[in-house]
Design a protein around this ligand. Sequence first.
Ligand code: ATP
Ligand code: MG
Ligand code: MG
Ligand code: MG
Length: 475
Amino acid sequence: MKVADIRRTFLKFYESKGHTIVHSSPVVPGNDPTLLFTNAGMNQFKDVFLGFDKRPYTRATTSQKCIRAGGKHNDLDNVGYTARHHTFFEMLGNFSFGDYFKHDAIHFAWELLTKHFMLPAEKLWVTVYAEDDEAYDIWNKEVGVPAERIVRIGDNKGARYMSDNFWMMGDTGPCGPCSEIFYDHGDSVQGGPPGSPDEDGDRYIEIWNLVFMQFYRDEKGVMHKLPKPSIDTGMGLERIAAVLQGVHNNYDIDLFKNLLAAAKAAVESVSVGEVDATSPSLKVIADHIRACAFSVADGIVPGNEGRAYVLRRICRRAIRHGYKLGARAPFFYKLVDAVVAEMGEAYPELKNPKIAAVLEDEERRFFATITKGMELLEDAIAKCTNGCLDGEILFKLHDTYGFPADLTGDVCRERGLTIDTEGFDRAMERQRAAARASAKFKMAAGLEYSGADTVFTGYDTLVETGAKVIGLYRD
Ligand code: ATP
Ligand code: MG
Ligand code: MG
Ligand code: MG
């Protein structure tokens, strides 16, 4: 089954169960300053869960464009390192707004996986929230999943990766206990079952999360009951595609095979020599072009604040990986055509010539400084003796050569070095103070009027332009 067939089968299955097929919302959440990017299928239904918005249906199904590159769910650093994480991915989901609850949600999911997708039951593991006996019993007594493959998981007790089985959209918003379905890719892959100490390997891959939406978490962390218990589920399309296509790694599915080939060709068109087809850098590029193309399609342009800066960081990381493979001129924008070929039918907004033009412009800017910046960085890495790249260097690369700190961090990680983010923040603060002092001086001298405080405010703050909040920038 190709990606497009899997998407269609999912939506049609839920349509046959009385769900209305709803189109994906943009990757830029409308009207929600608590979110940088759409990070789950439920985002567009947030107000429906809360009871503020009414729809003509109580059951919906979607394939939602998601980006997890900032905020509570941030997978940027996982890309290229795990078999299952992307910055941009599609989340298949079914939703009940005060209609069915745990029983049907679990039975529907099982029917789809075992009867339509024909997955062998013995390859599937499930987790439930520790105290959720109701979900446990549905899985065990009704569906027939044996106790050995059902894992109870409590609040995250310092586990390395958050398998806490309590899903939250962000620090505030609808939330609830959940039950997850994992697929066992077999003992040729490293990793333990969910809940075990080595669960963050890639053998048991989480494919689907069924969230039993019951609460709203407010700014103070207080939980309020939702008007009616509801259902929100999310299954990664690329992950289920890997399972159904008999491959372990998401990058081996049809869609990514084509994007990887296009990435290789695009880099080779501007570099001397051949590119190693197995390089992880190609995966990063193939991943990032989707995040960038969809972001621009939904109206973001690379810039220095909020979402625009996240987009710039993703673009430049991809460009740097191309540079590492030998590219010395713009190549990244050329991949937009390949994304359109793979996804343009499902997402016609991709067929917009502006996307390649915006990305090419960003690429030209970065290619103007990347060589000098990389020389400086290579020199600093060679001289680094304590395993941690100095904050002043990070700052200089950022300020003079347009290297976002996380991009420099990505290079350093490849070399086994960490980065001094505190030193970077101090240098940033020093520059901000100098800018403020200079603005004051100019104002006092009548040279300039400075109306707004729009200096870059770092990674943890609400970035404001006048009174309008334009993005929560945290990671
Ligand atoms: P993981 O533990 O693997 O990081 P998650 O628990 O953070 O996943 P959820 O928030 O439960 O993921 O999202 C629902 C589903 O979306 C997941 O079960 C998975 O199939 C898919 N998914 C989540 N993050 C990604 C990603 N970065 N890339 C691709 N698919 C993803
Ligand atoms: Mg995650
Ligand atoms: Mg998880
Ligand atoms: Mg999950």
